[in-house]
Design a protein around this ligand. Structure first.
Ligand code: SPD
Length: 288
């Protein structure tokens, strides 16, 4: 079947991918689609919004995972909320210090189709004895768990539909409680170029539980506007690049996007993002 898919980014700007639809189903939670695109390979789309692709997933997952994992000196227990495609779990398990990684995904249909049609994203994570994969509500899990985690990673979809509750003050407070002493939180917080208050709201809500919350930015070519934000909580002072580099070397990390220099530089924000987070009025996108 030939076809195309895409998103309306803002009024007057739509982006379109060509490629056949390989899979479509309405799960109990959302519309799940996989397309095949000549530039990005297979692409997972949920409720019409692009989630990840075979060819650029590394840009997103490496920032989302290796940044918090190397900010922690010895991450042994890790909780992943969402991340049904397996990319986040696969990258978490690259850290040899990890003894246990729990992934809580709400929609089994996402995992099932990604394992079948996009197997390179999760790789061997599904068979790793350190991993436990649960299909359950991540909000309830985080609230109710008695375990304490060194790193919690929120690999959600956008703050609409199933992902909405993962951006609230109540959820961030529960995540704070589920962290061990010295624990680090990382959550995807949306794009910053064509943002509609999304990352600012996530940041403000996270700050109610993590007074030290900060934002890092990275590039994800397939996402609208490309510049993507990652919220980090639980790190009062960033380490030096030498500390991050030593941790990456000790752990034998082999990365294609992430580097210690990039990770620390990512906390240097464009002026309009810093101003927006500070609540200082900034010109909206497209203003002269
Ligand atoms: N607008 C799409 C944001 C999606 C972020 N999560 C993607 C999941 C990839 N593991």
């Amino acid at each position: 079947m030939t076809g195309s898919f895409g998103e309306t980014v803002v009024e007057g700007f739509h982006y379109r991918f060509d490629g056949p639809l390989l899979h479509e189903e309405r799960s109990a939670f959302q519309l799940v689609q996989v397309y095949d695109n000549p530039a990005f390979g297979r692409v997972l789309v949920l409720d019409g919004l692009v989630q990840t692709s075979e060819r650029d997933e590394f840009t997103y997952h490496e920032m989302l995972v290796h940044t918090p994992m190397t900010l922690h000196p010895d991450p042994r227990r890790v909780l992943v909320i969402g991340g049904g495609d397996g990319g986040t779990l696969r990258h978490v398990l690259m850290h040899p210090s990890v003894e246990r990684a729990v992934m809580v995904e709400i929609d089994p249909a996402v995992t099932e189709v990604c394992r079948k049609l996009m197997p390179s994203i999760g790789g061997g994570c599904w068979d790793d004895a350190r991993a436990e994969v649960l299909f359950a509500d991540g909000i309830a899990y985080t609230r109710d768990t008695t375990e304490r985690f060194d790193v919690i990673i929120i690999d959600s979809s956008d703050p609409v539909g199933p992902g909405e509750g993962l951006f609230t003050p109540a959820f961030y407070a529960d995540a704070r409680n589920a962290l061990a002493d010295g624990g680090v939180l990382c959550a995807q917080a949306g794009g910053v170029v064509f943002a509609d208050g999304e990352y600012e709201r996530a940041f403000a809500n996270a700050r109610t539980a993590f007074p030290d919350a900060r934002l890092a930015l990275g590039d994800v070519p397939i996402y609208p506007g490309t510049r993507w934000s990652y919220l980090i909580g639980g790190v009062s002072a960033l380490p030096t690049v030498d500390v991050l580099a030593a941790r990456a070397t000790e752990r034998g990390l082999v990365t294609r996007y992430w580097s210690p220099e990039l990770a620390l530089g990512a906390f240097g924000l464009p002026a309009f993002v810093a101003a927006s987070l500070a609540g200082t009025p900034v010109p909206t996108w497209g203003s002269a």
